[in-house]
Design a protein around this ligand. Structure first.
Ligand SMILES: Cc1cc2nc3c(=O)[nH]c(=O)nc-3n(C[C@H](O)[C@H](O)[C@H](O)COP(=O)(O)OP(=O)(O)OC[C@H]3O[C@@H](n4cnc5c(N)ncnc54)[C@H](O)[C@@H]3O)c2cc1C
Length: 502
């Protein structure tokens, strides 16, 4: 197992090529790409790795079908290439995801239109399976007859059903383990990473970047880390940091909230369903089967500014439930069915709107009158984080040669973090306990919720996680007070994100 060392002193004693602020998927991808290109880098997060927006995605690694609609071919090809990268690099964690959209013959949603779109999609993505193992390959899409749709999705609204579109994307049910796997591979390639360390200032000499000031939020100890280049990859916080280090720039991030809901109801199909209620203000929604339950999303709405736990308004949630109930006869979802709300902030074109930006922003502050050696990166999709990292590195180190894909052999995690949905700790299960102990030791686990939510899948099932919490807390060897505090923190986290909130 690869070790992620939380060693501030060691990091302070070194001169890095690069410091990356923010360990969401964008920061982690930057660490991976730069370490593999041979640059020494330090990745820093104010909380835990991947705790913020990146924890809340719908877990789809998108190909480009949606971009074909607008004939945005650059974005289409980028997405297809990145989906292939994820599927090749993280087999078992990123797998084929069959998607099904019932068609009722309204506007674009006609079998004839989709026959054409799916053919074009397959033609333009003909290299989508290059280098992939057999079980990772994505079959061609096709249009289904109404009876096939009914077989795959028995509760589909049959009135006016003309058929269905079937295509394949990538799914990453345990996206938190994908992030940890990326980070492990980055550390294997030489990156250093510190969680619970907040960057508080930029160190400059004559407007040239020399490093960052940071505080270990656990010990309160202050540090100065040295590098001549700093990348601000702080997701929704990137604009605040840019303001503090240079000046405000609204183009970096205009805020919106996006959210998914996990319902305590059996999945409606083995396929991920794309459904569009026939209502004026309804969008296309996806209903994934996740751990055998319905995970519905994604809803996008305006949001005023940066916040740690953005949560949708009660009326918005109710409207979403009404839309789903309208689209699927007999569904009858209520707020009592909500197990967990996954929500985060995403950049939109216009403040106060809900239309996502189309392209990432990579800003070279030095080239715009700010500190030389400072860069800000702000992206839109989990899927394209590695591509954006490559583009950023190309700007920072224009002389770099492209890095060949390296076989990671046996150096990656063997996914010890995967736990069955109803797993419970037993005192006698020594092997599972040893596995948990080694995760705690090797993967920079500081708090109970790091272990439960981001190093394992235990927290996917909130009720089980809370039942297991006292036994898991004991493994850390804390005193009783600390154990209680950690369990309370976890309980508080789940309570803020479930139906009791509404
Ligand atoms: C509901 C929802 C569904 C989505 N579904 C999908 C999907 O299916 N597929 C897809 O491809 N994409 C999806 N996305 C988009 C994707 O999740 C995001 O684009 C991506 O996670 C953004 O990652 P990030 O690294 O930029 O930000 P974050 O994950 O928010 O990371 C930013 C990090 O910066 C750190 N930070 C901030 N300030 C400081 C500081 N001063 N010092 C140190 N660290 C700091 C924060 O602690 C945080 O960890 C979805 C997003 C949402 C919200």
């Amino acid at each position: 197992m690869i070790t992620i060392n939380r060693d501030h002193q060691a990091a302070e004693s070194r001169q890095f090529d690069l410091i990356i602020i923010g360990a969401g998927v964008y920061g982690v991808a930057l660490a991976l790409v730069s370490a593999e290109a041979g640059h020494s880098c330090l990745l820093i997060d104010q909380k835990d790795f991947g705790w913020a927006t990146s924890y809340n995605s719908l877990r789809t690694v998108h190909g480009g079908l949606r971009y074909l609609q607008k004939m945005d071919l650059p974005r289409f090809f980028e997405s297809v290439g990145e989906r292939r990268w994820f599927m090749q690099r993280f087999p078992g964690l990123v797998t084929p995801l069959p998607c099904l959209m019932p068609l009722y013959g309204n506007g674009m949603y006609r079998p004839a239109v989709f026959r054409l779109a799916l053919t074009l999609n397959d033609l333009l993505s003909m290299h989508r399976n290059r280098g992939l193992d057999q079980e990772q390959r994505l079959p061609a899409g096709r249009v289904l007859k109404p009876e096939e749709v009914i077989r795959l999705f028995p509760s589909v609204n049959r009135k006016g059903l003309k058929g269905g579109a079937l295509w394949y994307d990538g799914g990453m049910p345990s996206s938190q383990l994908v992030i940890m796997e990326m980070l492990a591979q980055a550390c294997q390639a030489g990156a250093s990473a510190l969680n619970y360390t907040r960057v508080t200032g930029l160190i400059k000499e004559n407007n040239v970047v020399r490093g960052v000031e940071a505080v270990d939020t656990e010990s309160g100890q202050h540090y100065r880390f040295r590098a001549d280049r700093v990348i601000n990859a702080a997701g929704p916080w990137c604009r605040e940091l840019a303001k503090c280090f240079d000046r405000d720039d609204p183009a970096l991030f205009r805020y919106s909230i996006a959210w998914n809901i996990l319902f305590n109801r059996p999945a409606l199909s083995s396929h991920s369903l794309a459904i569009k209620p026939n209502l004026p203000d309804a969008r296309m929604y996806f209903l994934h089967g996740w751990h055998g339950l319905i995970m519905g999303g994604t809803i996008h709405e305006p949001w005023p500014g940066v916040s740690e736990t953005p949560m949708p308004e009660q009326e918005s949630v109710q409207r979403y439930l009404d839309h789903l109930n309208h689209a699927v006869p007999g569904l009858k979802l209520t707020t009592k069915d909500i197990l967990h709300i996954y929500s985060g902030l995403l950049p939109v074109k216009k403040q106060g709107g809900n239309t996502l930006t189309v392209r990432e922003v990579i800003k070279d502050h030095g080239a715009n009158g700010g500190p030389s050696g400072l860069y800000t990166v702000s992206g839109i999709k989990f899927t394209t984080a590695r591509k954006v990292a490559q583009k950023t590195l190309k700007i920072i180190f224009p002389g770099d040669k492209p890095v060949q894909y390296r076989d990671m052999g046996d150096c990656s995690f063997t996914h010890p973090g995967r736990f069955a949905w109803d797993w419970q700790p037993h005192e006698h299960d020594r092997s599972r306990q040893q596995q948990i102990e080694s995760i705690i030791q090797a993967q920079s686990v500081v708090h109970l919720d790091d272990l439960v939510l981001r190093r394992t899948t235990i927290g996917d099932n909130p009720a089980r996680a809370l039942r297991a919490a006292p036994v898991l807390a004991r493994v850390f060897g804390w005193n009783t007070d600390r154990e209680q505090r950690e369990i309370e923190l976890l309980r508080d986290y789940f309570q803020r994100r479930n139906s009791r909130h509404y």
